[in-house]
Design a protein around this ligand. Structure first.
Ligand code: AHG
Ligand code: MN
Ligand code: MN
Ligand code: MN
Length: 337
């Protein structure tokens, strides 16, 4: 019966039972899940309650130079409020905060760092296309409050990562280091139910995702790869390809976890100051861990994303991730270039 399917809490107890050092991790992920449920409710209200764009005289710009939508700001607040009080987190980094967020003095600090993108794909909010939230959990094993450098940990040091996707259903997809698992929100009982255990990404695919309006700025290996996909069997590839671009990374990665594919936001020459569009700590690293835990591959195009040593908390990075065979081909083209 539906009420017998494993909930997120039951899953976490079972998967973390053998890891006493992570006993608080379950509690933190339950707090994150509560924040996600609140965001799902807020996003679903749409413009019944929230203007898509801030009034021009009240618009604010984040550290990336992006005009913040009211929901960018509100979802950021929701995550901070849900996760600051439980004594589990020592500090937080958000796409929407210039500096790391220190846990208020009247709250106990914990041993985890929470790094997150509270609303991914926010340009889609006004056109009612799926958006999401992305999060990553790192360790902080000292009593001292974390400084910016404590967040600069390579992606393979993540102890948990996940995203929520607010689409026709709200789903939470996460890893605690042993596989990638999907949970669907049952709104009637308010619980996340394990509906997609042990997700596996097919190694082969016939779908690629890239913003082709940037084609003239791509490096030759990417132009070569995408050109071959577009030629399909009339060129050297053994099958024809389909292209997708949703402009919500969460939706692209979710499609890849469900049926395979390759997602690229590669280095381009459009803005020499930006080596890539996406942010390493709270977009690329959590997504790369989820994809690799599902048998896929996460790369900068030149090497594993999870090995990159971050240099700043809002650092951008080129991203190529998804079906193993395709990502390896793209890396080979970079080596041959
Ligand atoms: P965010 O909304 O958190 O700023 O992230 C948007 C990102 C990512 O979700 C998406 O893949 C990419 O921006 C889309 O970029 P383009 O608008 O250049 O296509
Ligand atoms: Mn943004
Ligand atoms: Mn994002
Ligand atoms: Mn965002």
């Amino acid at each position: 019966m539906f009420y017998q399917r494993p909930t997120l809490s039951k899953f976490l107890i079972e998967h973390l039972r053998g890891a006493p050092s992570e006993q608080d991790l379950s509690a933190l992920l339950v707090d994150v899940a509560a924040a996600v449920k609140t965001i799902a409710a807020v996003v679903a209200k749409g413009q019944l309650h929230f203007r898509g764009e801030a009034a021009p005289d009240r618009a604010t710009v984040n550290v990336h130079g992006e005009v913040q939508k009211p929901l960018d700001v509100l979802t950021n607040e929701i995550v901070l409020r849900h996760c600051e009080w439980g004594g589990l987190v020592a500090g937080m980094v958000s796409e929407e905060l210039d500096e790391p967020y220190p846990i208020p003095a009247d709250h106990r600090r914990g041993r985890y760092l929470l790094v997150f993108d509270p609303l991914d794909g926010s340009s889609n909010i006004d056109v009612n296309v799926s958006v999401g939230s992305i999060f990553s959990v790192l360790r902080h094993d000292t009593e001292a409050p974390p400084g910016p450098r404590d967040y600069l940990q390579p992606g393979h040091r993540q102890i948990a990562a996940g995203y929520a996707i607010y689409g026709p259903t709200t789903m939470l997809v996460l890893t605690v280091g042993n596989g990638t698992h999907g949970f669907t929100l049952d709104r009637e009982i308010g619980n996340f139910i394990l509906t997609h255990p042990d997700l596996r990404i097919p190694s082969e695919t016939s779908e690629f995702a890239i913003n082709t309006s940037n084609e003239r700025f791509w490096e030759p290996p990417v132009q070569r790869y995408v050109g071959e996909c577009k030629e399909g069997r009339s060129g050297i590839r053994e099958r024809d390809f389909n292209m997708r671009w949703i402009a919500s990374m969460v939706a692209e990665v979710h499609r890849i976890l469900m049926r395979g594919g390759v997602f690229m936001y590669p280095r381009d020459t459009k803005d020499p100051k930006k080596p890539g569009r996406l942010r390493l700590l709270y977009e690329a690293n959590p997504m790369a861990l989820l994809v690799e835990q599902a048998g896929g591959r996460g790369s900068t195009g030149r090497g594993p994303l999870l090995d990159v040593q971050p240099e700043s908390i809002h650092q951008r990075i080129p991203v190529v991730l998804g079906s193993h065979e395709e990502v390896e081909r793209i890396e080979r083209y970079h080596r041959e270039f």
